[in-house]
Design a protein around this ligand. Structure first.
Ligand SMILES: [Zn+2]
Length: 410
């Protein structure tokens, strides 16, 4: 009898060890300027197969419309919201010039290297600035962040990629980027990879809602198929557990699809596709933002942000427990009124308050614990009459889960 019992126990133990030691890897892809209605309309069999393994989520960009975090629906602005998990009011990239990113709000690459100095990162991009300016590769402001693998800057090589009037050279560059990413993933499997492709946005600007734009999306879908195959090759042949997130940086104008940058629904409405099986079903109805992707990748790979950074992050992980959502905070007559959507009605939380914003300039804020609350209540009031200020940062914490708001009093 004993022998019969021992075998399954050993098998189970072996299985658990193997599961624990699977190397966690992540790939995220930004494909530029594809509105939600268009990705749903155009035939995208590879994207569909990734979604079938995980999820397709409606999503948004642009921060809180008419609120302090309202964010232009412009390319680099959106990329940096993904990278930092924050909106424009924090990361300070408000157009494609990327004049003065606020590197106090770390990117996913910096968080990753901080947690795992010896693991490898990769950026494969049709736009050089993504690595050199947004990620801040090698800059003193990012602690001289190192990107282990990169392939980019081809748009500056006018010999190999002459700039034709139809922008087809951008498609050729996208192809080279995907081929390179495909081979590096298959051969070396970086631990955290960003692929950025541009052609779809160029066709959108040039032709708007058109056959040319839809054709570009079908080409992009095939490129996603190659990356998806590369990941599956690694998972089949190596002890690795990969997550992929694919998203876009903005939608397009409603009239003809040529523009973007504003706050119309079609410019704000985006989407996220992932093979992640553990997406919290709450996000089927509570539309996530592009800022939710960074914390989700962190959760998959298994690193947490330093506490003071987590208190500033505007997105939460799409996986795992969600005790509360949608924190709101308003000021009136010496009191701050807080409201949130209660999810875990048994949970208890803490309200932290700061009147400084030293984090923004690389310093530290002194948060005061002002209230302990029951999440089920869905609201709370904090008397701030003894700490008058024109600016407050409010954080709701539930066991290391954070929601934050700014209050700016004019
Ligand atoms: Zn864009």
């Amino acid at each position: 009898m004993k022998k019969i019992l021992i075998v399954p126990v050993l098998l189970l133990a072996g299985f658990l060890v193997a599961a624990q030691t699977r190397q966690k890897k992540a790939l995220f892809v930004i494909v530029d300027g594809i509105p939600r209605d268009v990705i749903k309309k155009v035939s995208t069999p590879f994207i569909d197969s990734i979604a079938a393994a995980g999820a397709f989520l409606d999503a948004y960009v642009g921060g809180e419309k008419n609120g302090y975090s309202q964010t232009p629906t412009i390319s680099a602005v959106g990329y940096n919201s993904l990278l930092t998990g924050t909106w424009f009011n924090k990361h300070n990239v408000w157009d494609n010039d990327i004049a003065a990113p606020n590197y106090s709000y770390w990117t996913i690459f910096r968080y990753f290297k901080n947690a795992f100095p010896d693991k490898r990162t990769a950026i494969f991009s049709t736009w050089l600035d993504n690595r050199t300016k947004l990620a801040g590769d090698g800059l003193p402001q990012t602690g001289e962040l190192k990107t282990d693998y990169h392939f980019d800057g081809l748009e500056h090589d006018t010999i190999a990629y002459p700039h034709d009037k139809g922008s087809l050279y951008i498609h050729k560059i996208d192809e080279a980027i995907v081929n390179h990413a495909d081979s590096v993933i298959r051969k070396d499997a970086p631990d955290l990879t960003w692929v950025y492709l541009e052609f779809t946005d160029d066709m959108g600007h040039r032709y708007g809602d058109s056959k040319q734009f839809y054709d570009a999306i079908e080409m992009m879908d095939k490129q996603m198929g190659r990356l998806w195959n590369a990941i599956q090759y690694r998972q089949k042949n190596f002890n690795e557990d990969w997550v992929i997130y694919i998203t876009t940086d903005h939608g397009r104008t409603a009239d003809n699809g040529k523009g973007h940058g504003g706050q119309s629904d079609r410019e704000r409405n985006t989407w996220i596709v992932t093979n992640e099986k553990k997406i919290n079903p709450l996000f089927k109805t509570n539309t996530p933002g592009i800022v939710n992707i960074m914390p989700s990748i962190a959760a998959h790979i298994g690193f947490s942000l330093p506490r003071e950074n987590a208190m500033e992050t505007d997105g939460v992980s799409l996986t795992g427990k969600i005790p509360a959502l949608d924190l709101k905070a308003t000021y009136a007559a010496g009191k701050i009124n807080l409201a949130w959507k209660p999810i875990d009605k048994k949970a208890k939380g803490k309200i932290w308050l700061a009147t400084t914003n030293n984090f923004k300039t690389g310093g530290k804020d002194e948060y005061q614990l002002v209230k302990e609350i029951k999440i089920a209540n869905g609201k709370a009031q904090v008397d701030v009459s003894k700490t008058p200020s024109s600016f407050y940062k409010v954080v709701l914490e539930v066991n290391g889960y954070f929601l934050n708001r700014w209050i700016i009093i004019k």
